[in-house]
Design a protein around this ligand. Structure first.
Ligand code: ADP
Length: 834
């Protein structure tokens, strides 16, 4: 080995292992281990205990207490930070002096353990920073891992004040550790490129916003822990988010990148992010087809904007100007013909990053793609991505100095007074108008006005034919399902924000009360938008045909004034998911959970095989299983599987609908829809019910992110009980758990043919309930091999009279012969129907 290579080796080893050379020294650096008496060193960082001096100086919390994990051995690998927590029973605060104004990273660590005094899994609370709410109605799942919430806050004040406000039945809040650290000045720039249909625009004002980190990804590389990161961040691998794994190939380099020319520093992202990447997997390119590598990142539904930072470093090219590619976000062009060597002054292996701001979309996800451009050179690598960060932009205008918050309060007051005034005027007006309408019996309506969005034309869809020159009204004529807009306004207090009970792919959901006193849920499509029109019609067509105890009933719909509104029976206890985790609601017993699974299985079985026959739900998930006041489960959301923005031809066009974490892999690969896709998704729901955790939890370690994979792993090991909701520990009879686990596992078989029918699933779940109730086993021959013909007949409520509209034959014929059948209809046809 010559001297040069020895030197290269030393440099490489140094950079790869220790990022701390010329490490960033934050002017403010507060690390607190809450509930602890001592200072705890984690990853070379000292977290001061807040139960004694000096850590206690930051805390003012009358009546708070510190609690500790009683048996740390039951949480192998538990970070020392998570062994204690501080519990607050009244509004409490930590205050940290600020030596230098500017962006600060605020990290809050939560680990919901159960001590003799408190079950932290049931705590529910708000958290604010300098008066701005950063967590509202927050609760933490009782998982075996900690959860870190990270925020970037631009502090223009003498201190950072973190306030915890307990809520809910228990009235407790908690936290396990707090970090308040100055970020480098240049880390968050004020401007970014706004990505939209209308072409790129500039977004300014980022610096004054609070950003909440949602995803931080080391693309093509391994997990990076705070120990190895220049700003003590976590980065996770990208594989889980890759849409088509084969489209991408991991590449890496062993020497550090050179930071000189690209604008990025080692604080922007550490070496390990820039020296690993995913590139196009050329071997899988079908010569004639252009395609992209895409990643999809789930978001919780809200109307936020998101900050997206993409990290690039071209260490694959051997000379400048070899690599040209396009970058897309949510299928909009973000950068066309990107030549990394051009933006890094002809240098290679140079880190570069680009910031974007995107609007939220109806899919509650962000899709990032890189792919070849028309300038790509054949035979060369034609797209690369090294890292990615996604943050929610919080709407915190007015935050900051005391003056700022005073100003904010004044505006809120003025807003409230004006709002109240307009609201009263509006209500008076609405009553006057309603009185008028009622006197005139039915409002005079120009024929064309009955549907502002007709005639209905859905691209390439057999629907066009059904609906040409018609409206939804004529599809579902004489059903008495039409409800006037005025009635819906009355029912929802003119779509009063206070009555919002959820939001989904179609739009907001409001609670309402009709004039006859019936409580309803009102789903309103985005007013004036045609998006969701086919789903709207499907929902009416499908639901007006069927009634079943375990399917949510459609009470009516409204299509006046360009509105698309669906009115359903009100399900008092809301979505199943909210009873499993994340809301602090009291946990369901095992029997309740089994009954809910059985009810939903009945509903789905009826959809597949009952008199409505041949309906595939296509979006089975725990938010689409709703519970009535008696916890009776009903399946909801038949036609509203969400349509994404149109993909252009250069994209990997999957046409696949459904929700992240629940998608049948076979449907995904082959795009052939069968009722077994619902069975797969239902299998995921079964594990969700058993383990009380989400189908996808990106904050968990890599092997745990995807529930289906994680549960199958433990099932294979024969130790499923290890991941069961801790609340159920010791409460499920062994046989019942075994039957349930086997059933869920079978639902998750790779191929549809190997999965049971919904009928089988139903039978097995009933058996699991019986095993729980009586502890009785049936004879082996009576076990799961039973086929669907033996299942109990679903309980049916009488169907709507025969005037019920069916999908007319003409239309059905076309849909089965037309290869470009509307996505909507493909949802209605089982494999047998094809
Ligand atoms: P998604 O598009 O995500 O499936 P939906 O639009 O169907 O969501 O519903 C969003 C949320 O609104 C649900 O998770 C649930 O909390 C609430 N919701 C929907 N329908 C009803 C109903 N009939 N009764 C009570 N709550 C409902």
């Amino acid at each position: 080995m010559n001297l040069a290579s020895i030197l290269a080796f030393i440099i490489t080893a140094h950079f790869a292992v220790s990022p701390s050379s010329a490490a960033f020294a934050p002017p403010d650096n507060y690390l607190i281990n809450c509930g602890s008496v001592e200072t705890t060193t984690v990853d070379n960082r000292d977290f001061k205990g807040d139960s004694s001096s000096p850590g206690s100086a930051f805390l003012s919390a009358a009546g708070s207490s510190s609690i500790a994990v009683q048996n740390p051995n039951s949480y192998p690998g538990l970070s020392d930070l998570y062994r204690t927590a501080r519990v607050f029973t009244s509004v409490s605060r930590y205050e940290f002096g600020v030596t230098k104004n500017g962006t600060h990273m605020v990290r809050l660590h939560f680990f919901a353990f159960n001590s003799q005094k408190h079950d932290l899994g049931l705590a529910q609370f708000n958290v604010s920073v300098n008066g701005y709410p950063i967590l509202s109605g927050f609760s933490v799942d009782r998982t075996k891992n900690g959860k870190i919430k990270e925020f970037f806050v631009n502090v223009q004040d003498v201190k950072v004040v973190v306030v915890f406000t307990p809520l809910g039945r228990l009235g407790i809040a908690f936290v396990n550790a707090i970090e308040v650290i100055s970020a480098p000045d240049e880390l968050i720039a004020d401007g970014a490129q706004l990505v939209r249909t209308s072409g790129p625009e500039n977004y300014v004002g980022l610096r004054s916003k609070i950003l909440e980190t949602l995803h931080r990804i080391n693309v093509g590389g391994a997990k990076i822990t705070p120990f190895n990161d220049t700003l003590w961040r976590d980065w996770i691998p990208d594989e889980e988010f890759l849409v088509v794994k084969n489209a991408a190939k991991r590449v890496s380099r062993s020497t550090p990148p050179n930071y000189e020319q690209g604008g990025a520093t080692r604080e922007t992202a550490p070496d390990q992010v820039y020296i690993t990447a995913q590139v196009m997997n050329m071997a899988d390119v079908i010569s004639s087809a252009l395609f992209n590598i895409s990643w999809v990142f789930p978001l919780s539904p809200d109307n936020s904007r998101y900050f997206v930072r993409m990290h690039f470093c071209d260490f694959v090219s051997t000379m400048p100007h070899q690599l040209y590619f396009n970058v897309y976000i949510n299928n909009y062009s973000a950068i066309a013909d990107l030549d990394l060597s051009a933006v890094t002054f002809n240098s290679l292996a140079t880190p570069y990053y680009k910031d974007f701001v995107v609007d939220s979309n109806s899919l509650n996800s962000i899709r990032v793609s890189v792919g070849p451009s028309s300038l790509s050179i054949p035979g060369k690598v034609n797209a690369i991505l090294n890292g990615l960060e996604i943050m929610r932009i919080m709407n915190n205008d007015g935050l900051g100095s005391q003056g700022g918050s005073k100003k904010k309060r004044t505006w809120i007051l003025v807003g409230a007074i004006l709002g109240g005034f307009f609201f009263i005027c509006f209500v008076v007006l609405a009553f006057l108008l309603m009185g008028k309408c009622m006197k005139k019996e039915k409002p005079k309506q120009k024929p064309a006005e009955s549907s502002a969005w007709s005639p209905l034309t859905v691209r390439g869809s057999s629907y066009t034919k059904v609906s040409e020159g018609t409206t939804t009204a004529s599809l579902a004529h004489n059903l008495g399902l039409k409800i006037s807009f005025a009635e819906i306004q009355y029912a929802t207090n003119s779509f009063d924000k206070k009555l919002i009970i959820g939001s989904g792919g179609f739009g907001m959901v409001f609670k309402g009360v009709l004039q006859d006193g019936t409580e309803v849920a009102v789903k309103r499509g985005v007013p004036g938008s045609r998006q969701g029109l086919p789903e709207f019609q499907t929902e009416i067509t499908v639901l007006s045909k069927i009634r079943h105890r375990h399917l949510v009933s459609l009470i009516g719909y409204c299509e006046e004034q360009s509105e698309m509104i669906l009115v359903y029976e009100f399900m008092e206890k809301g979505a199943l998911k909210s009873h499993l985790y994340g809301t602090g609601m009291p946990p369901l017993s095992w029997k309740q959970r089994l009954e809910i699974c059985i009810g939903s299985a009945r509903g789905l079985h009826y959809l597949h095989t009952g008199s409505a026959q041949g309906i595939i739900h296509r979006d089975v998930k725990s938010t689409n299983i709703l519970l009535d006041e008696n916890y009776v489960a009903k399946v909801a959301d038949f036609g509203l599987s969400r349509a994404g923005p149109c993909l252009d031809e250069t994209h990997v066009s999957t046409g696949v609908k459904g929700s992240f974490g629940y998608l049948d892999p076979e449907y995904f690969k082959r795009q052939q829809l069968t009722d077994k896709s619902d069975v797969y998704s239902f299998g995921v729901v079964l594990f969700e019910v058993l383990c009380a955790r989400p189908a996808i939890d990106p904050l968990l370690s890599r092997e745990q992110v995807n529930l289906a994979e994680w549960a199958m792993l433990w099932q294979k090991r024969g130790m499923l009980e290890q991941i069961v909701d801790p609340f159920l520990t010791g409460k499920i009879k062994t046989d019942s758990l075994r039957k349930f686990g086997d059933t869920a596992t079978k639902c998750l078989a790779d191929y549809g043919v190997d999965r049971p029918t919904m009928g089988d699933v139903l039978w097995n779940l009933e058996y699991a309930l019986q095993l729980q109730e009586t502890g009785m086993s049936r004879e082996p021959h009576e076990d799961s091999s039973t086929n669907a013909t033996e299942i109990p007949v679903p309980v049916l409520i009488p169907r709507i009279p025969s005037t019920t509209v069916r999908i007319d034959e003409d239309n059905t014929d076309q849909s089965s012969s037309d290869m470009s059948t509307s996505k909507v209809f493909s949802q209605l046809i089982t494999s047998e129907g094809r």
